[in-house]
Write a protein that binds this ligand. Structure first.
Ligand SMILES: [Zn+2]
Length: 81
């Protein structure tokens, strides 16, 4: 399931907000959220409290052009169609 040209993202809590980060980002690697906020993927999964942070509206808009990938099925409580 490797589609190199497909842009993917997943939701991730960063600095008190839920942002979209590149779907292929590995733990320890650095990148930018879709709203250009620098982010380093932590080794640990976010806490359930962090998932309650408000969704970044800029990431939300830009994520429309990306394909969502889940870290684990249903990890953020969302049901994907
Ligand atoms: Zn954002």
């Amino acid at each position: 399931m490797t589609t190199a040209n497909q842009r993917t993202f997943r939701w991730w809590p960063v600095d008190n907000g839920r942002h979209a980060i590149p779907g292929g980002l590995q733990p320890g690697a650095s990148a930018e959220t879709l709203c250009r906020h620098p982010v380093t993927m932590p080794a640990e999964k976010p806490t359930s409290l962090q998932w309650l942070w408000p969704t970044c509206s800029i990431c939300y808009e830009r994520a429309r052009d990306y394909t969502h990938v889940a870290l684990t099925e249903g990890y953020d409580g969302r049901c994907q169609p």
